[in-house]
Design a protein around this ligand. Structure first.
Ligand code: GDD
Length: 321
């Protein structure tokens, strides 16, 4: 009999790739979407895919209880969040509620189902580490968490709740500590797609410059398609645990500009400016993840390289614009 998955936050980048992956594996896929005043925006990434959507919200426990009962899932993936770190400084209370208490609501809705075989995946984040780096310049599961944003603080709460429910109630609840992951479906206010879309617009004569914030931060960037494969592996490992998913390579925002503009035959220095409004009150300077555990124990490895990912994103915008 085919399994049923319920994806909370299905309308986002990862939700859409995860839906495709699970459908290809024969799952019945259900997803929770939030009401949005522009109805086209609600499901633009997942329209026509063949999944069943439900209106709900992780801060609306009655909606969760109703949907969880109706769907009776085998696997729950919580990808629902206020996912923008910079914006979390502007709306800290909403972010803490959604990304922290929202996880509690999901765990309680799962517990109320009373199914001992139910598996729960929580989208935890490398933002939880803040500026802590081990001596060998990597972050891993044992690296102390010192978040530098309301987003990161809330994610630490969600992470700890999952660990707590796993122990206290013997639930199959897992954290994937995912480092940054991108794709053509990434929101255009995240730095990779902002740079790539902006550079293509400049190439096509649609604009003259691109204003960014801090160019000296480093990120470990992978591809969302590779990372949703990791989510499924994590949930289906024999024992529930927490796992780091990363490429192990770190590059600066400046590097990202250089690679992108070079691909388009331009020099980023002629077009990129900086604007204080994109700076953060507290910056996370450097991310580089050690994912050796998931590679060794679960056989995960990324198929995309940094270059093939950027190339795919550039081609996407060249065709679209
Ligand atoms: N968004 C944005 N816009 N970031 C900029 C800009 C800009 O104009 N200019 C420089 N940056 C820098 C940010 O200061 C940050 O250091 C870096 O680019 C990456 O920013 P984002 O792409 O917004 O991602 P993020 O690292 O803050 O957060 C993403 O990764 C986390 C995992 O570490 C998000 O996907 C989070 O949801 C995720 O948990």
């Amino acid at each position: 009999m085919s399994k049923t998955a319920l994806i909370v936050g299905v309308a986002g980048q990862d939700g859409s790739y995860l839906s495709e992956l699970l459908l290809s594996k024969g799952y019945n896929v259900h997803g929770i979407v939030r009401r949005n005043s522009v109805s086209e925006n609600q499901d633009s990434r997942i329209r026509g895919m063949g999944i069943t959507t439900h209106y709900g919200d992780i801060l609306d426990t009655p909606s969760l209880i109703r949907i969880f009962r109706e769907v009776n899932p085998d696997e729950v993936y919580n990808l629902g969040a206020q996912s923008h770190v910079r914006i979390s400084f502007d709306i800290p209370e909403f972010t803490i509620k959604t990304n922290g208490l929202g996880v509690l609501n999901i765990l309680e809705a799962c517990r109320a189902l009373g199914n001992p075989n139910l598996k729960i995946y929580q989208a935890s984040s490398s933002e939880m580490f803040g500026n802590t780096v081990d001596d060998d310049n990597y972050q891993r599961k044992s690296t102390p968490m010192n978040p530098t944003s309301p987003y990161g603080c809330a994610k630490v709460l969600g992470y700890n709740l999952v660990r707590h429910y796993r122990t206290a109630y013997n639930m199959h609840a897992c954290n994937g500590i995912l480092f940054n992951h991108e794709s053509p479906r990434r929101g255009t206010n995240f730095v990779t797609n902002k740079i790539i879309k902006g550079a293509v617009e400049i190439k096509k004569g649609l604009r003259n410059e691109l204003a960014l914030g801090n160019l000296e931060a480093y990120r470990d960037w992978g591809h969302s398609k590779d990372y949703v494969r990791a989510m499924h592996l994590i949930l289906n490992a024999e024992k529930p645990d927490d796992w780091v998913v990363a490429t192990g390579q770190s590059r600066s925002i400046r590097d990202m500009c250089e690679v992108t503009f070079n691909l388009l035959g331009m020099d980023y220095k002629d077009y990129v400016t900086t604007d204080a409004k994109y700076m953060r009150p507290h910056e996370l300077n450097y991310l580089r993840g050690d994912s050796s555990e998931i590679r060794e124990k679960l056989g995960w490895k990324p198929e995309y390289t940094f270059e093939s990912m950027v190339g795919e994103m550039v081609n996407h915008w060249m065709e679209k614009l």
